[in-house]
Ligand binder design. Structure first.
Ligand code: DQA
Length: 151
């Protein structure tokens, strides 16, 4: 069965201890385990990657696109962290690898926070967006990706 890639950007390795009032107490390892169980219940495998480096994330999207084209991967659930608001490179990677579906996730409601978090370079090229549901947003994004894939 084709895989799902769970991709997390900068500082999300610190989930659980990083600003817990904003991002909660769940660790990234817990998020990845829950997403893996969810994917496997649906008959898929889950691959998880976190990086603090923009180029590594771009390479992961390009690699995912090749595997999507080969029928080996359904799509990507991606929390780009702060690169959401700064990275034209990530936006171009997603635009340049269409029709690879990328679902953008934010744990916090970025629109209720500082003005610099209100703009996303990723949203215009995302297949869907999940914002403000805490770490439950990852499960919602996987569900949305699976629903899109089954259409
Ligand atoms: C975030 C929101 C971003 O603004 C922030 O830089 C993050 C996490 C979120 O999941 O709410 O690192 O993507």
């Amino acid at each position: 069965m084709p895989a799902i890639l769970l991709l997390n950007g900068p500082n999300l390795n610190l989930l659980g201890t990083r600003e817990p009032g904003t991002y909660g107490a769940t660790t990234l390892a817990d998020v990845e385990a829950a997403c893996r169980a969810q994917a496997e219940r649906a008959g898929h495998t889950l691959e998880a990657l976190q990086s603090n480096h923009e180029g590594v994330l771009i390479d992961a999207i390009q690699g995912a696109a090749l595997r999507h084209k080969a029928g080996e991967l359904i799509g990507v659930v991606f929390n780009p962290g702060a690169y959401t608001h700064t990275s034209i490179g990530l936006r171009d990677a997603i635009a340049g690898t269409a029709p690879l579906p990328v679902i953008e996730v934010h744990i916090s409601n970025v629109h209720a926070r500082e003005a610099f978090r209100h703009q996303s370079h990723i949203s215009p090229v995302a297949a869907g967006i999940v914002v403000g549901f805490g770490v439950d947003g990852y499960a919602l994004a996987i569900d949305g990706l699976l629903r899109k894939a089954s259409r």
